[in-house]
Ligand binder design. Sequence first.
Ligand SMILES: Nc1ncnc2c1ncn2[C@@H]1O[C@H](COP(=O)(O)OP(=O)(O)OP(=O)(O)O)[C@@H](O)[C@H]1O
Ligand SMILES: [Mg+2]
Length: 250
Amino acid sequence: MLLTVKDLFVSFGGVIASDLQDFSLADKELKVIIGPNGAGKSTFMDMLCGKTKPLRGSINFNGNELVGKKEVEIADLGIARKFQKPSIFPSITVFDNLLLAVKMPKGFMRSIMFKMTGEMYDKIVAVADRIGLKDELDKIAGALSHGQKQWLEIGIVILQDPKMMLIDEPAAGMSDKETEKTGQLLLDLSKEHSVLVIEHDMNFVKQIAKGTVAVFVRGKLLTEDTFEGVRNDQRVIDSYLGRSNAQLEI
Ligand SMILES: Nc1ncnc2c1ncn2[C@@H]1O[C@H](COP(=O)(O)OP(=O)(O)OP(=O)(O)O)[C@@H](O)[C@H]1O
Ligand SMILES: [Mg+2]
């Protein structure tokens, strides 16, 4: 397993946000996490990338214990995150947002600057093409549509070339067509990376859940099953009752 999580616990002012006994992700596996609002899905990703420190538990990633490591150290081990709230730089261009994400090789020297710049440029254009923003490279990022901003963020994750991508609600606020394109992109990315995706849109979940769907409720893993399995699981249906913006209907 690339990722193995055991007994991961954190609470905020008495509210248990994570009480996860077991969770794992294999190399080049795409796994979807669903669950009602406040179930601890984003908090889980916060702990995986070092933004939130768990009170106890362990996160083994590719042979390394992540608990206790700083965010930059975790990023260097090959984990990149797309946050739920867009975190691009709105006042610079799409190209510059992507340029900032390119991993500079260690010991980067001025003398090889030109060659590197050419390589970087090609890489950025290739990623922009992949995320459908090749014609928007000179546009100020803040002027992109909501869906395009989400894609730009995914592009920033791709350019970091991580072993594991953490993608929090990529389809939120997207049209059906944009959602479909995003799903295709994530499926494509899972051929080269492990991908963990949090999402509420069940049509989108159905599209990308070729493997298993993990259901989080009150910080715990309620169940993990195929898409059809979780959709027909009465415990899963009950966990969503009374929630308006997190429907299991498709
Ligand atoms: N930094 C924090 N400080 C205090 N409370 C927090 C913090 N982060 C999360 N929480 C709380 O932890 C619980 C889990 O929140 P989290 O954002 O992980 O849920 P979620 O499953 O991602 O929900 P949503 O589907 O609405 O995004 C919530 O009660 C939330 O208010
Ligand atoms: Mg969340």
